[in-house]
Design a protein around this ligand. Structure first.
Ligand SMILES: Cc1cc2nc3c(=O)[nH]c(=O)nc-3n(C[C@H](O)[C@H](O)[C@H](O)COP(=O)(O)OP(=O)(O)OC[C@H]3O[C@@H](n4cnc5c(N)ncnc54)[C@H](O)[C@@H]3O)c2cc1C
Length: 445
């Protein structure tokens, strides 16, 4: 172990994770310290040198958007932050150090005066035989790219397949999870498959999509009316939606549903929700529903120098007393700002504030010509919702160059069909839950 790195300025804030919460916190902290004329070092520990704009991952999986456009370069966006491209392995709360490990470097220690824990979440897995080996999530670029390439590969293999049963299995996709992320994914994969069938000259209905959820409706987040509209549109596109149904087991060529139906397939996406990042379990701190307990000022009770926010933290929802804030980018971004403000206040700059935010609604892109959205409680669907959805994402991307690239992509997409080329760059291992999200495989596969 390399000893603690104590070479820097008098004070140091270490932020773990460069998602919506960590990125926003780092950016605001740098501005606050510069404005106050304080020499406080801001260190961002993250395994990737980018911030990932996850809401556009379904478009990446559907081949609509280039993955480079949904990642924000930290070196460019946060020039005053000291970037440590490594994973936080453990935290010593008593001695105020954190152990980080990079790809090619031995573990080393970093000391901190204030620690901000924003390592986000990972896909929630259930004890379903074959799940970790044969399904893929949608939390990372590797997973999104893999799903796109896997679908195209299976469609290409099906074209040359003589056995009708194997051909049909290769032309079948199962998506588990009908909340907004899973529903957006199935809509985008359907659009990709339709584009493939049109260009190869066969009937798109030969490619089968099955969407499963244990709930009795799709996208409960957008309410009954918009959820029903989405359900009808997806069913019109030939997606077989089975509610109150999930997976019992998977192999490399089929899945068995909880109602005992067997569906032959080689492509399974698992998008059933999230739980706090694995790092949180090593901390020996109180947790609620897989997330770290914090108070309304986002500090960890009993540890006034430690703060947490975003998907990793169970933040009391002052706008809905008795609940915790849902794991959304909307909350994570605002909690990032509140974290910066309260960390700065703990160092004598400004005043701490409790976190409070009323949900502003959701935008859900459901593929060609359709979306649903409920901004500020106004229910929209169809082309108007599509416009609002695309405008919102373009605006919400935190860097101008990404906004520009996404706008051009949307414009290009109006006049040219989505590309169907396969690059084969992501291996099954790199895109697995272990390889891509770092989720320990408890079944030992
Ligand atoms: C497909 C999809 C679509 C979505 N669409 C929407 C949407 O439309 N609207 C919305 O509001 N929300 C949406 N969400 C939810 C949103 O993405 C999350 O709520 C948000 O990303 C949470 O932000 P965060 O900063 O807490 O965590 P994350 O964005 O998950 O970032 C966590 C960061 O911590 C890093 N990290 C993890 N462990 C460690 C470690 N040990 N050491 C160092 N770094 C670590 C990760 O690599 C990552 O960079 C979507 C999510 C998905 C998956």
């Amino acid at each position: 172990m390399v000893p603690a790195d104590n070479t820097a300025s008098p004070e140091r804030v270490v932020i773990v994770g460069s998602g919506f919460a960590g990125f926003t916190c780092a950016r605001k902290l740098c501005r606050t310290f510069a404005k106050a004329g304080r020499d406080v070092e801001v260190v961002l520990v993250t395994p990737n040198d980018y911030m990932l704009y996850t809401p556009l991952l379904p478009d990446v999986a559907g081949g609509l958007i280039d993955p480079r456009f949904v990642v924000i370069s930290l070196a460019d966006a946060l020039p005053r932050v000291r970037l440590v491209v490594a994973k936080a392995e453990s935290v010593d709360l008593q001695h105020k150090t954190i152990t980080v490990a990079g790809e090619d470097r031995p573990p080393r220690e970093l000391s901190w005066d204030r620690l901000v824990l924003t390592p986000g979440s990972v896909t929630r897995l259930f004890d379903v035989p074959g799940l970790a080996e044969h399904a893929r999530g949608l939390k990372t670029v590797a997973e999104a790219l893999y799903l796109r390439e896997q679908l195209l590969r299976q469609l290409e293999l099906a074209d040359g397949e003589d056995d009708p049963e194997v051909r049909s299995a290769r032309r079948t996709v199962v998506v588990v999870g009908a909340s907004y992320a899973g529903t957006e994914l199935v809509a985008q994969l359907r659009a990709l498959a339709d584009a493939y069938a049109h260009r190869r000259g066969f009937d798109p209905s030969e490619i089968r999509f099955v969407l499963l959820d244990t709930a009795d409706r799709v996208m409960p987040e957008v309410g009954e009316r918009l959820g029903d509209k989405a359900l009808n549109v997806l069913r019109d596109r030939g997606i077989d939606i089975r509610l109150k149904t999930s997976l019992r087991e998977l192999t490399d060529h089929q899945v068995v549903l909880t109602d005992d139906t067997v569906v032959p397939t080689y492509t399974v996406a698992w998008v059933t929700g999230v739980t706090g990042a694995p790092l949180l379990e090593t901390l020996d701190l109180p947790m609620e529903r897989g997330r770290l307990v914090v108070d309304t000022s986002l500090s960890v009770p009993g540890h006034p120098d430690v703060f947490a926010g975003g998907d990793a933290a169970a933040v009391p929802d002052l706008a809905a007393p008795g609940k915790i804030t849902p794991p959304t980018a909307q909350h994570a971004t605002r909690q990032g700002k509140a974290l910066a403000r309260n960390v700065a206040a703990s160092l004598g700059i400004g005043r701490a504030v409790p976190y409070k935010h009323r949900d502003m609604g959701l935008v859900v892109d459901l593929g060609p010509g359709f979306a649903v959205a409920n901004p500020l409680g106004v229910h929209l669907s169809g082309r108007l919702a599509k416009l609002v959805t695309r405008a919102y994402h373009t605006y919400a991307l935190p860097r101008g160059v990404n906004r520009w690239a996404i706008s051009l992509t949307y414009a290009t997409n109006v006049v040219t069909p989505r590309p169907l080329t396969r690059l084969g760059l992501v291996s099954p291992e790199e895109s697995s839950f272990v390889g891509s999200e770092g989720i320990p495989n408890k079944r030992g596969a």
